[in-house]
Structure formats: C-alpha cells, structure tokens
Design a protein around this ligand. Structure first.
Ligand code: TXA
Ligand code: MG
Length: 336
C-alpha cells in the first residue's frame, strides 16, 4: 500500500485533507492525524474490521485495548453505558483535552476495540484537526498512538512516517504538538478513582476536582493492559540516571570517561555536556521538557548509538509522567 501524506499549508488544503480523512474512516480505512498529545492512528471505533486493521498496521497485541475519541459530549452514550458522577466532574473540568476516562462499555462498541473488556476508555481531544476529522467521519474514532507497537510514541508526522510508511493509506501532518506525552488515563469505574497511566494532566490537577484520586501502583500488574509492555523504547539500550541534578551530572561524567571509545548519546538538561560529539539538550523544567522527550529519544536512536544516557526529572507533576515513560524505556537505572 502506498501512503499518501498531506502537509496542508492553508485552510483550503486543510479542509480537503479533513474531508479525505473522514471519508477514509467512514469506509473502514486508517488515518494518522495529530492530537494535542501524540499523533494517533484512527479507525471507526464501531467497525470491527476497521479496528482490526489498526492492530495489524501497528503489530499491536490483541489484548491491548484502544482509546475511543469523540468530538462532542452527545457522542458519549454511543460508546459508554452510564456516566459515573466522577467522570462528569472530570469532563467538565478537563475536556476537551488530554484526559482519557475508563467508563462502563456500551454493547454497541465491538469487543475488538476494547480487547474484550467491559469498560471503554473515552477521550475528547482538543486538537482542532482531531476534532474536525471525528466530525467529518461522523463516528467515534478508536486511535492508539501512531507508532509501531513497542516504539516511542510519535510527536511529529515524520515519526509516523518512520514507523508506518506504506502500512497505512493516509497521514496528515499537523506540525508540532502542545503536550508531546500521552493522555492521562483515569479509571472512573473503581473506588477510589485511579490514574492507570500518568500523562499530560497531573495528579495534582485532578486532586482539585476529585480529592480521593490515587495512582495505581507501578509495582503491581497494571489494570491498563498497555502499561505492562516494555513501551516507549528506542532500539538502543537506554540508561536512566536518577537523582538530583548535581549527582546525575557527576555520575554521567564518570561513566562517560570510562567508555569514551564507544558511541554514547547523552540526553541532558543540567551540567554541561554540549561539547560532547553526540548530545541532545532538553529543557530543565518538566513542563517544558515533556514535548521534547520523545523527540529526543527518537533523534538519539536514529544515530544507531551503542547506548543512550538520559538524566532524570523530579518525580512530581508532569515530571512523574516523564519518569513513568523513562523507567519503561530504560534497560538500566542508575541511582545516583
Ligand atoms: O494521548 C493519547 O491517549 C493517545 C492519543 C492518540 O489520543 N493515544 C494513546 O493510545 O496513547 P494508546 O493505545 O497508545 O494507549 C492507550 C492506553 C493503553 O495503555 C491501554 O492499555 C489503555 O489505554 N486502555 C485502553 N482501554 C482500556 C480499558 N478499557 N481499561 C484500561 N486501560 C485501557
Ligand atoms: Mg501507544
């Protein structure tokens, strides 16, 4: 299959691309498109055959359910059976935006979309292109991140192309994204409501609306099936240096001195590694770093290094979400 890539530069081209995307989805085909978090790979969530194509294109294990995207609150009861009160509160505060809610599933949603679970995860994205495509297709859209399963999520159309060229019919390039980390997934069917995947909306923000919210422990078997896979992972081994800035800087320098003959790429925010031949500097605050992390991991990996060193962030707020992803990407964690 040859992939068509649309890079709209004005509103007419954008309209054309959205109509094309909507038609492809109505016909049961796949489209990769921007959202405010990462690029998604969309199909009609209500069409079993279409959703099966997502699993094939991504090489995704069939037991990993998909997030269903809507563009108006009225679509909710097409996919959810009932709305827990806590879900309504969270929607009022954070939708449209990077928050996905686990809700009781409506029978009309095919089992393949939710990997046989009796819950469905729903999200109302804020990105105007995502909203326009859902409107144009006139159906809820199931969309995982538009990467090959196990790879780092895509934050640019070029990342989507790297993984899915000639595996899907259509990609829309919407440029850079606002958040660059996947949505936060909150289970609203359990007591207390639980964050299954930390993301762009933080625990602290949710606490203001739902004081009883908790994180699911990273140590037990995850209830969000996708969290059990070694995700977000470049091909090169990633070594994560954890601790405060001065200690991680010191330790990375020591390690680099010892392995100077081989190709190590360093992704850093503190200390000064800018004179090293292979280095990517990322912002020191987690809010500014979040949209750059996947970009840096993919860029580093493209040089086919022997290993990638990366410096930790403080484990609070968005920093917690970054650390959740980095711990999954890491083959080794050095506590400094
Ligand atoms: O930001 C995002 O959420 C992006 C954009 C494209 O919207 N999508 C995304 O989808 O990250 P994906 O498929 O890469 O991750 C979905 C996560 C997985 O960890 C999956 O296991 C979990 O949501 N999930 C889906 N349905 C679930 C359910 N019914 N119960 C628990 N976890 C579920
Ligand atoms: Mg994903």
């Amino acid at each position: 299959m040859k992939t068509e890539i649309s890079r709209p530069t004005n509103s007419n081209e954008l309209k054309e691309a959205v109509v094309r995307a909507g038609n492809l989805i109505k016909q049961g085909n796949l489209v990769a498109f921007p959202t405010e978090t990462v690029y998604g790979l969309g199909a009609d969530a209500m069409n079993k055959k279409a959703v099966e194509r997502i699993f094939i294109a991504k090489n995704r294990p069939a037991d990993n359910p998909l997030i269903v995207h809507i563009s108006k609150r009225e679509q909710l009861l097409q996919v959810a059976r009932t709305l827990p009160e806590v879900a309504e509160k969270l929607m009022d505060r954070f939708w449209p935006g990077p928050l996905s809610l686990v809700l009781p599933k409506n029978m009309a949603v095919p089992a393949v979309t939710t990997a046989g679970l009796d819950t469905v995860v729903v999200r109302f994205p804020s990105h105007p292109i995502a909203q326009a495509i859902i409107n144009s297709a006139n159906t809820p859209i199931a969309a995982p991140s538009a990467n090959l399963s196990g790879k780092v999520s895509p934050t640019s159309a070029d990342h989507v192309i790297e993984d899915l060229i000639n595996r899907i019919p259509f990609i829309i390039d919407g440029g850079d994204l606002e958040y660059g980390l996947e949505s936060t997934v909150v289970d609203c069917t359990v007591e207390p409501p639980t964050i299954l995947r930390p993301g762009s909306i933080t625990l602290e923000q949710i606490k203001e609306i739902v004081p009883s919210i908790v994180y699911e422990s990273e140590h037990k078997t995850p209830r969000s099936p996708g969290m059990k896979y070694r995700h977000y992972s470049p091909s090169a081994p990633v070594i994560l240096f954890c601790g405060d800035k001065s200690k991680t800087t010191q330790r990375m320098k020591e390690k680099l001195d010892r392995i100077s003959d081989s190709k190590t790429i360093i992704i850093w925010h503190s200390g000064d590694f800018s004179r090293l031949p292979f280095n990517y500097q990322i912002p020191a605050t987690s809010i500014e770093a979040a949209p750059r992390i996947y970009y840096a991991l993919r860029a580093a990996d493209s040089h086919k290094p022997d290993r990638i060193f990366i410096q930790s962030y403080e484990d609070t707020g968005v920093g917690h979400s970054i650390m959740n992803r980095l711990r999954k990407a890491a083959s080794k964690i050095v506590i400094c």
